[in-house]
Write a protein that binds this ligand. Structure first.
Ligand SMILES: O=C(O)CCC(=O)C(=O)O
Ligand SMILES: [Fe+2]
Length: 295
């Protein structure tokens, strides 16, 4: 089996992976750690039991209802037009259109974001303010205020999207910094320091098996990623083992914040049930005074 040789990404060598794992009650131990991620002295943090499971389960129930309070988009719908039909081979959905799946014209994305912003207060059962708690935790990690990013004409980027992977669905190998020059990111790159895009997410409901986050210690270019993706799940798992990926299996309510901008990563197929997560991205503003979140 051919395994891609891991090299340095175009922007320079990668540091060895390093994560800090803390319980939410010890959050102060990861205060100001965002700057360490931006400087590549730290790959990420895992904050255990950041959110109550019952509120997260309420969000899954609300989003599963018909009609859903927020429209679901095919997670693989990269392109330049509105997807008309969802592709059953991929069986992955994003509640709230994600910016990467959007187009140069942001109107559809911003309409979807408005729907998510309007739905968020009720999504977690009404009495739990998920967004406020998420902003509080991220602000400790960022060491400065974290808030949803403003958009043109008084609109707002969605601070989070919810991701649903049906049985067998995956998130393929990618890294966030490669999205900055996509047409859909043209407004975003005016508003943030684009040195590094930091990912965050929390499982709403992990699948019984699979659905792990694999993070690669090195870099390989898109053609080799595609070469890997067509391997069987077993071969790809073996390739990942040989490449010494770091495997994260967060529980419902654990918050993962990591350097998904520089480091390639993927989510393995969900098995035995669906995988639900909610998350987005953060970057400091160019003056470093605050941090914007978007999805
Ligand atoms: O599991 C998720 O929802 C997203 C994982 C990922 O690719 C990211 O957070 O950048
Ligand atoms: Fe990612």
């Amino acid at each position: 089996m051919t395994i891609p040789k891991q090299t340095d990404p175009p922007e320079g060598p990668l540091a060895p992976l390093r994560f800090i794992d803390v319980h939410a009650r010890d959050l102060s131990r990861v205060a100001d750690s965002l700057v360490e991620m931006l400087d590549m002295r730290l790959t990420g943090v895992i904050v255990r039991e950041a959110f109550p499971k019952a509120a997260l389960q309420a969000a899954v129930a609300h989003l599963s209802a018909t009609p859903a309070p927020v429209r679901a988009w095919d997670i693989r719908c990269f392109g330049d037009r509105e997807p008309e039909t969802q592709d059953p081979r991929y069986a992955g959905f994003s509640f709230g259109m994600s910016l990467t799946n959007s187009f140069a014209d942001l109107s559809l994305y911003l309409a979807s974001s408005a729907q998510m912003v309007a739905a968020l207060p009720e999504l977690f059962g009404g009495s739990y303010d998920f967004l406020a708690e998420l902003q509080r935790i991220l602000s400790v990690i960022a060491g400065r205020p974290v808030a949803p990013m403003p958009a043109p004409n008084g609109a707002t980027y969605a601070p989070v999207s919810a991701r649903r992977l049906l049985e067998g669905a995956t998130l393929t190998i990618h890294r966030g910094n490669e999205f900055f020059d996509w047409p859909s990111n043209h407004d975003l790159v005016q508003r943030v320091d684009t040195r590094d895009q930091i990912s965050f997410f929390t499982p709403l409901q992990p699948p019984p098996a699979g659905g792990a986050l694999h993070i690669y210690p090195g870099y390989f270019p898109p053609p080799q990623r595609e070469h890997l993706e067509v391997k069987s799940a077993r071969e790809l798992a073996e390739a990942d083992r040989q490449m010494q990926v770091t495997v994260l299996n967060p529980e419902a309510g654990d918050l993962v914040v990591f350097d998904g901008g520089r480091y390639l990563h993927r989510v393995t197929a969900a098995h035995g049930g669906e995988r639900w997560t909610i998350g987005g991205f953060v970057c400091p503003t160019p003056d470093a005074e605050r941090v914007w979140m978007w999805a």
